[in-house]
Design a protein around this ligand. Structure first.
Ligand SMILES: C[S@@+](CC[C@H](N)C(=O)[O-])C[C@H]1O[C@@H](n2cnc3c(N)ncnc32)[C@H](O)[C@@H]1O
Length: 229
């Protein structure tokens, strides 16, 4: 299990972050324009507490949430039960070994999970094994070069490792096409935004960001990558 201090440590605050993210659902729109999941088996790899399952469940034939961190996975199970999502399965597995049959999946989605660039080759090999011919894998991650959120990331000690050119070259060499989706965080309450900024950034930087950024909206660009098999 790769450490994910945000969702593992404060799933309640991470829920606020997900709820504020991409209010117009531009990410799903961009995905659906490439490959629709209507009637497909869709796997959400690194599904966390399952925030995105309900949206995929609306049109997919079946949704499989894969989440290796037990307490987080239990929250996904609780969500599935609470929302009555009858065509969702939750698996204790990870990206390197999905525990699914060869060529059994039409679409995969992975958001801010495992597929961060160099180092995720075992997961890419596993996607190539489980996705059927003509199926599509999607990876959603931060755009590191544009948007207000990226400018904050570049100031963070925690993101020293992020080298945008190397990451982009890796994905291109891995057969993925990437596009930038310009979206935003839109919070209902300032205090929710403050909690999320404090979750995602070291303390001193979080306070500096909050002092200079008023309001409840933050420009946030993501990279939506896909590969067809
Ligand atoms: C930042 S969270 C994102 C969760 C979810 N995709 C979302 O957007 O709400 C990253 C997730 O990846 C999971 N993860 C860690 N190691 C993993 C692995 N080897 N394979 C798949 N997922 C992994 C973590 O447990 C965590 O739930």
């Amino acid at each position: 299990v790769l450490p994910a201090p945000n969702i593992h440590g404060r799933p309640d605050v991470y829920e606020l972050e997900n709820a504020a993210a991409d209010p117009e659902r531009r990410i799903e729109l961009a995905m659906a324009g490439v490959a629709d999941w209507e009637g497909e088996v869709l796997v959400d790899v690194g599904a966390g507490t399952g925030f995105h399952l309900e949206r995929f469940h609306e049109r997919a034939a079946h949704v499989i949430a894969v989440e290796p961190h037990a307490p987080t996975r239990l929250r996904a199970l609780e969500r599935v039960a609470r929302l009555g999502l009858e065509r969702v399965s939750v698996l204790a597995a990870g990206a390197e070994d999905l525990g699914l049959r060869d060529r059994s999946v039409g679409v995969t989605h992975s958001r801010f999970a495992y597929f961060f660039g160099p180092g995720c080759e075992p997961g890419l090999a596993e996607l190539a094994r489980v996705v059927r011919a003509g199926g599509t894998a999607f990876v959603v991650d931060n755009e590191l070069r544009s948007g207000t959120f990226a400018s904050w990331l570049r100031r963070s000690e925690w993101c020293r490792w992020a080298e945008p050119d190397r990451v982009e070259a890796f994905w291109a060499a891995s057969g993925f096409t990437s596009r930038t989706v310009e979206t935003e965080w839109r919070f209902d309450r300032r205090e929710d935004m403050e909690a999320v900024v404090r979750l995602e950034f070291p303390a001193a930087l979080a306070e500096a960001i909050l002092a200079e950024h008023p309001g409840t909206r933050v420009e946030y660009h993501v990279r939506v990558r896909h590969r067809r098999y």
